[in-house]
Design a protein around this ligand. Structure first.
Ligand code: APR
Length: 312
């Protein structure tokens, strides 16, 4: 029997996730969105690409969760972009409500699924889905690090004129301004980055990686990135469905790892059929640890806002 993936949110990221899952023939896909007709229309359009692309998967769209029953994975991309005049906290609470509803509905119909969160602010949305779903921590995973490292790898490869395939990069921490690129462990076919570039160049690429999302928003003006985010999400989907056990940077619930308790943050994990099968704890130097602590504090602030509004 074919695997089944639900993608909540049939916008830019969600529709491209569906497209990539179908192109790789990984699973049947159900797209869910609140807007009447959009998931149905995009689903049908994707289905009609099948004879040309040569994939035999079913792609359907819905405005409710019944058709999502027994999904192996639920990807949550639903949410609002930040609108003019909206504070970060307003956006946080708007997307909190979206992710809360989506999670409640999705887990009702797919109690054994693995949840992959994409909606921003990512680490706080993972925390929300974890609280609402009551799933074990290995089954709630956030997509951020795969995208952030892909951006860092892109910039390194362009700078050196080498294949992206040879570039390995490590980025940890929260998804956002406080992400922590670990330059010391980033390399090109095993050659440390520090032997290939001077510090000023490394600093420039690190900064561009931190600002990677904003750089795209600045170009697009009306939306945020979706090709690389959907590619990153589907790499995670594939590793889980095929039990590939890829080691990828993902947002995971930390319970003491790296001295962080009860928060989601980006760390290297092993992704297989059971979701997060291992969290790797690597030795960080004092500077890296300080940056990670700062990043965790930023995630904690968002979680505090949610908790205070929930209790109000
Ligand atoms: N349930 C289902 N879908 C919803 C809900 C909801 N409660 N609320 C909003 N949506 C849908 C919207 O109708 C829209 O189709 O979520 C979709 C979001 O799509 P886009 O606005 O195109 O946003 P996108 O670029 O896909 O980004 C989605 O991913 O990368 C993150 O920061 C990004 O949080 C954002 C998310």
């Amino acid at each position: 029997m074919r695997k089944k993936v639900t993608v909540v949110g049939a916008g830019n990221v969600g529709a491209n996730c569906a497209l990539r899952i179908a192109d790789k023939e990984l699973a049947d896909v159900v797209l869910v969105d609140v807007v009447d007709g959009v998931p149905q229309g995009k689903g049908l359009d994707l289905l009609e690409s099948g004879p040309i692309q040569g994939y035999d998967v079913s792609i359907t769209g819905a405005n409710d969760y019944e058709p999502t029953a027994n999904s192996d994975i639920v990807v949550v991309t639903a949410g609002f972009p930040r609108k003019p005049g909206m504070s970060r906290d307003d956006l946080l609470m708007a997307n909190y409500e979206v992710v809360k509803t989506a999670t409640e509905q999705a887990v009702k119909y797919s109690p054994n699924a693995i949840l992959i969160l994409v909606t921003n602010p990512l680490d706080a949305m993972c925390w929300t889905a974890y609280q609402v779903s009551k799933f074990s921590k290995n089954r709630v995973i956030g997509m951020a690090g795969v995208l952030d490292t892909a951006r860092f790898r892109t910039f390194i490869s362009a700078e050196l004129g080498v294949s992206v395939e040879n570039v390995t990069a490590v980025v940890m921490g929260g998804h956002g301004d406080t992400m922590v690129p670990i330059v010391r462990l980033s390399n090109v076919s095993g050659i440390p980055l520090t032997e290939l570039m001077d510090q000023a160049t490394i600093d420039r690429l690190v900064q561009r990686t931190r600002d990677g999302g904003a750089e795209i928003v600045k170009y697009l003006k009306t939306g945020s990135a979706y090709y690389a985010p959907s590619a990153a999400t589907v790499e995670m989907v594939e590793s889980i469905l095929k039990d590939k056990k890829k080691v990828l940077p993902c947002a995971a619930l930390l319970e003491g790892e790296y001295g962080i308790h009860g928060l989601f943050a980006g760390v290297p994990v092993k992704l297989g059929a059971n979701g997060i099968e291992k969290i790797y704890q690597i030795q960080l130097n004092a500077g890296e640890k300080a940056q990670l602590d700062k990043s965790a504090a930023a995630v904690q602030e968002l979680v505090n806002v949610i908790q205070s509004k929930m209790n109000a």
